[in-house]
Design a protein around this ligand. Structure first.
Ligand code: URA
Ligand code: SF4
Length: 508
């Protein structure tokens, strides 16, 4: 076992991981520690050796081509507080680079990838929170250049200060600011982003009478030439650093923070060049839009095409064994509307495409009736392999169970994240249960559903019936009635998609 101790940051991990990889050190032989978790003390019997490269395994660094998507994922994951992340990332790196698992990243059902995606998601969430809840407080105005200076205190869950700082730099370019946190502090002076060591919460000033001291300190420290590592800690008397008192204006503005997210989304964004007193509100408003967009876009570093390739070798549940191939979603990959069915049928299983059999043809007709073009839509299924039971010479559709839907959900979530539709439509009970809620009943609850429980999607979902249900209906008037209803529901989908397009997307 080799003890690998690194500084808790991404460049440190990358450097060591590269050395180990080149030397052919297997992940199982490494034990990573960053001094933060102190876990090495838990293994006193561990034999700690210096890393000894194995000559036979040695390769040169250029022998390995590491996909950028992995480096992006690793950088995000590296911000997490979970100390096991370093070993996890090395294992994934090893599998990609040494074992040639080129499509590993696109395999959301793999245990390592699932864990990495979960960690990355928690980091992103923390970033969103920081973006939404950092409250700047004006502390001074630079008399020479007229720039205003702001300070915020924040306690992130993970090590996200550096990772997140460029966001604040872009948003609040026109003012000088510091964000103080227990791990690390970020500072922007209009020219450069700089970082200094963290400060304790008890170190932030609470006493207004001391504000002058704080201001003059702040003005001094803000001179980039003078800003040094540890300066925040060493030059400022600790007793002045309690809570940063909230400015009255910010208190007023935070009242708006309880506003429901939907209201925020519907509101017109404030003009970008808002006066400084609108700073917090503006940031909150934008944050919600950013969160909305990037929640839907989480884990989107692997392109859809690559994910589709990976899904072809999925073995996450037993359904692949009796099916011909994986039927991944198809259609417009930038669609406003995503339609989700249950699972491919017999013809889909053979042709390799969703909704091409009888149910698919009827669906197309009903879509046309609702003035929707199949080409505009991204079509997929909750489960990607055909599940069937023998029925004489035929293969009969067999309903996917909960375990199968659950096993297959990462693919569906991946599709939703990448296509990022404005509206989702589920067809049939199984799809609705997979997306909305396991207890959902299409017969009584069909129609518009605002908040699906099973997926992270903030847009509307419309649950409609399955065309194969219509095909099976013997009673003609029942069938006509239900067809009409389905057309109505798809018209609603169309309206919702065009309404939703009025929302402002913030791209950063
Ligand atoms: N039924 C579905 O739910 N999906 C298909 O792809 C085909 C039929
Ligand atoms: Fe994988 Fe889904 Fe097929 Fe199961 S049904 S093997 S989870 S693709």
């Amino acid at each position: 076992m080799q003890q690998v101790t690194i500084e808790p940051n991404f460049p440190a991990w990358r450097t060591r991981a590269r050395e180990l990889l080149v030397s052919g050190i297997e992940p199982a032989e490494t034990f990573w520690s960053d001094g933060f978790g102190g876990q090495s003390d838990l293994f006193p019997e561990l034999v700690v050796k210096e890393i000894e490269p194995r000559q036979s395994n040695d390769k040169s660094p250029s022998d390995f081509r590491i996909p950028k998507a992995f480096l992006d994922l690793a950088e995000t994951v590296s911000c997490h507080r979970d100390e096991s992340r370093w070993g996890l990332l090395y294992r994934i790196l090893w599998r990609i680079a040494r074992r040639g698992e080129r499509h590993l990243l696109g395999l959301p059902t793999d245990a390592d990838i699932r864990k990495a995606n979960t960690l990355a998601k928690e980091v992103r969430r923390d970033c969103h929170k920081m973006r939404a809840f950092v409250r700047f407080r004006k502390v001074a105005e630079n008399e020479e250049n007229g720039r205003e200076q702001f300070v915020a205190w924040f306690e992130p869950m993970h090590h996200i200060v550096r990772y997140n700082a460029s966001f604040f730099q872009k948003r609040f370019t026109g003012m000088d600011w510091s964000i103080l946190t227990p791990d690390e502090c970020a500072h922007w002076d209009g020219l450069k982003l700089q970082f200094s060591q963290g400060v304790e919460k008890s170190a932030a000033p609470t006493d207004d009478a001391l504000e002058e001291v704080w201001r003059s300190y702040y003005q001094n420290i803000f001179n980039p030439v003078r800003l040094k590592l540890k300066a925040m800690q060493s030059e400022m008397p600790v007793k002045y650093w309690k809570n940063l008192p909230e400015a009255t204006l910010i208190q007023d503005l935070t009242a708006g923070a309880s506003m429901k997210q939907e209201e925020m989304i519907e509101r017109e964004p404030l003009p970008l060049r808002a006066a400084p007193k609108n700073l917090y509100l503006r940031s909150l408003n934008e944050m919600n839009e950013v969160a909305l967009v990037s929640e839907a876009g989480a884990e989107d570093s692997i392109p859809l095409a690559e994910m589709r390739k990976s899904a072809h070798s999925c073995r996450a549940c037993p359904l692949w064994e009796n099916a011909t191939q994986t039927i991944f979603g198809e259609g417009n990959e930038a669609a406003d509307i995503m339609l989700i069915g249950e699972q491919p049928g017999d013809e889909e299983d053979i042709s390799g495409m969703p909704f091409v059999g009888p149910a698919g043809q009827l669906l197309e007709e009903i879509l046309a009736e609702a003035e929707l073009d199949r080409e505009q839509i991204y079509l997929t299924n909750a489960v990607k392999h055909f599940k069937w039971k023998p029925g004489g010479k035929q293969r009969l559709h067999d309903k996917a169970n909960r375990a199968e839907m659950k096993a297959c959900r990462p693919w569906l979530l991946g599709e939703i994240a990448r296509v990022s539709p404005r509206v989702i439509v589920t067809v049939g009970n199984t799809a609705a249960q997979s997306v909305i809620d396991p207890s959902f009943k299409i017969t009584t609850q069909r129609g518009l559903v605002e908040w699906p429980n099973q997926i992270e999607f903030k847009g509307p979902v419309v649950a409609t019936i399955h065309p194969s249900f219509l095909l099976r209906m013997r009673d003609r008037s029942e069938r006509d009635k239900n067809t009409k209803l389905m057309v109505e529901e798809l018209r609603l989908v169309r309206t919702l998609a065009s309404k939703a397009s009025q929302r402002v997307k913030v791209i950063y």
